[in-house]
Design a protein around this ligand. Structure first.
Ligand code: CTP
Ligand code: MG
Length: 235
């Protein structure tokens, strides 16, 4: 029987939110923001969850989130690192006995069971996949003075979300290679980039949902509140 794990990331500082409390713990409809992603994965086909949090918040997360809301699939809460890729690597190392792994931003509370299933199926079929959506706006590349330099063909542009899902050995190997390499890592913004750069594997783009937003700035909290209410009323 093949097993699937999820690494849920909550070790960021939420600096763009501008709140003294890290954004993953801000209250949304009476629960901490991080609750919603954990709830979606707890109620999915995923077998095991590794939660990655700031080093000083491991005990708080274990008690006030995992135990309080009864998330039985959380096998470990681990301290993350300075950048997102450090946190992902810590999470990947904590995964036990799994064939596939889904990596998800704890700051995306509107993820659904359907999206999680699509990512799991994609990992099985393609070895590496990311959830995303085609862009709706025109995208321009600016020059150094903020004049339009180029307009890429919109038909080939996607906005990439999470979960990003992989064969476990493939993504762990890619991260190990990255961490031991002398390559500059500052431009790495997602897990697919690590697999694209460090392996020969092609990453499949899979349509998710425009509502799977990342909560980054204060207005995103309001939008997420509306979207979560809508998801809840469908059940
Ligand atoms: N993350 C993490 N470890 C880091 C940085 C980010 O686990 N060192 C997580 C965040 O908690 C979030 C996800 O990665 O769930 C996406 O990151 P982002 O939206 O950029 O969150 P923050 O880094 O917390 O916010 P900001 O960039 O505004 O500081
Ligand atoms: Mg960040």
């Amino acid at each position: 029987m093949e097993r699937t794990a999820a690494v849920i990331l909550a070790a960021g500082k939420g600096s763009r939110m501008g709140s003294p409390v890290h954004k993953q713990y801000l209250e949304l409809l009476g629960k901490p923001l991080l609750y919603y992603a954990l709830h979606a994965f707890e109620n999915s086909s995923v077998d095991q969850i590794i939660l990655v949090t700031c080093p000083g918040e491991v005990g708080y997360c274990q008690k006030e989130i995992v135990e309080k809301y009864g998330f039985t699939k959380v096998a470990a809460v681990r301290p993350g690192g300075k950048e997102r890729y450090h946190s992902v690597y810590e999470g990947l190392k904590a995964v036990k006995d799994c064939d596939y792994v889904l990596i998800h931003d704890g700051a995306r509370p509107c993820v659904t069971r359907e999206i999680i299933d699509a990512a799991s199926d994609g990992a099985r079929k393609y070895g590496a996949c990311v959830i995303g959506m085609p862009v709706k706006d025109t995208v321009k590349i600016s020059d150094e003075n903020e004049f339009a330099a180029m307009t890429p063909d919109r038909n080939s542009l996607w906005l990439i979300q999470t979960p990003q899902a992989f064969e476990y050995g493939l993504v762990l190997g890619a991260y190990e290679k990255l961490m031991s390499s002398g390559l500059s890592k500052e431009k790495i913004t997602d897990d697919a980039m690590v697999v694209e750069t460090m392996t020969q594997e092609r990453v499949k783009l899979i349509r998710g949902n425009y509502a799977n937003i990342k909560v980054t700035t204060p207005e995103d909290m309001e939008i997420a509140g509306v979207l979560i209410k809508k998801n809840q009323s469908k059940k």
